[in-house]
Design a protein. Structure first.
Length: 336
């Protein structure tokens, strides 16, 4: 009985030993191929993208210019982030080929922190930051460029005569506007600039053509004291300056047109027969001459007949009606 039991035990032991020998080579072959064939080519091409230092290229009271470099690898795009004067987050998208940007709409004498992010495949790859304070100078730069063509032609007028400003006087006061007048006892000016601070303490500059002797400042706050500075410019330089302090009226006032109607009614009672027939007065097209974040320049023509004066009406950001009186000889105005 013992010899019959030993025979079936030896037979399965031979077949079981042969199977694992065939599996070893196949299980070992893919192990060296994985690191050598697939991972290296996928990891090698993607180049590292690195942002260079973020530098300041220009600073004004209302804007900041920034520059940067990309020492390594391209970026698909950039994003500049910062907080505005009210503390609200702002994000400025920039294309991947740019290496500079100008951030407008800032407040004077304020410190900002800018973060530049480099993006690739929709993800932030690198970031650089910088702290910058805007300038405190009064904003004259946007005013001078449109007047430069007028300043260049009269080089012969600059040396001859001395230019002097007369007293700055108040011609009218309402709750939201002030009218000013002045004279030029000596020499011509190329242009004038009226500067003051608004109710929020922000500096404002109103450009005026050299032939004007009056201006109305709209958009003021009721019962508030303002200090106005009138500068006479020639050759792009301030030649003389006069100042005055004025307080606006209390309560709401009617638009400026009703106050001008009585002035027109008086002359119209007697002269109407002689003034009506002679000439027809026609206004030409109203065109835009300049646009900045805080002002608009307008121009117009008078194809037929003279006008005594003009009035420009509009609504401000708060929806309040504003009226800007303009003398009859003017053909342009800047609305601040």
């Amino acid at each position: 009985m013992a010899t019959w039991m030993a025979t079936p035990i030896t037979t399965p032991s031979v077949t079981a030993a042969a199977e694992p020998e065939e599996l070893l080579p196949t299980s070992e072959e893919p192990q060296p191929e994985d690191p050598m064939t697939e991972p290296p080519p996928s990891e090698a091409p993607p180049v590292r993208a690195v942002l260079g230092e973020l530098r300041v290229s220009s600073v004004t009271p209302s804007s900041v210019g920034l520059q940067w470099s990309v020492p390594e690898g391209p970026f698909d795009s950039f994003t500049l982030q910062y907080r505005d004067a009210q503390g609200q987050p702002q994000a400025l998208p920039i294309d991947g080929g740019s290496r500079s940007v100008t951030v407008p709409g800032l407040s004077p004498s304020r410190r900002y922190r800018f973060h530049l992010y480099g993006l690739r495949g929709g993800k932030r790859i690198d970031r650089v930051s910088i702290d910058i304070a805007t300038a405190t100078a009064e904003p004259e730069e946007p005013l001078l460029p449109p007047e430069e063509p007028q300043i260049e032609p009269p080089p012969s007028e600059a040396p001859p005569a001395r230019a002097v400003l007369g007293e700055l006087r108040v011609s009218s006061v309402t709750s939201n506007s002030v009218g000013l007048q002045w004279s030029v006892p000596e020499g011509p000016f190329d242009s004038f600039t009226l500067q003051y601070r608004d109710a929020q303490g922000q500096p404002q500059a109103l450009p005026i053509d050299g032939g004007s002797r009056s201006v109305t400042v709209p958009g003021l706050s009721p019962s508030r004291r303002y200090r106005f500075h009138l500068y006479g410019l020639r050759g792009g330089k301030r030649i003389d300056h006069v100042s005055t302090d004025i307080s606006t009226g209390e309560g709401e006032t009617e638009p400026l047109l009703p106050s001008e109607e009585p002035q027109r009614e008086h002359p119209q009672t007697e002269p109407p027969p002689s003034e009506a027939p002679p000439v027809r007065a026609v206004l030409g097209e109203l065109r835009v001459s300049s646009v900045t974040p805080s002002s608009v320049g307008l121009q117009w023509s008078v194809p037929e007949g003279p006008f005594d004066s003009f009035t420009l009406q509009y609504r401000d950001a708060q929806g309040q009606p504003q009226a800007l009186p303009i003398d009859g000889g003017s053909r342009s105005v800047t609305v601040p």
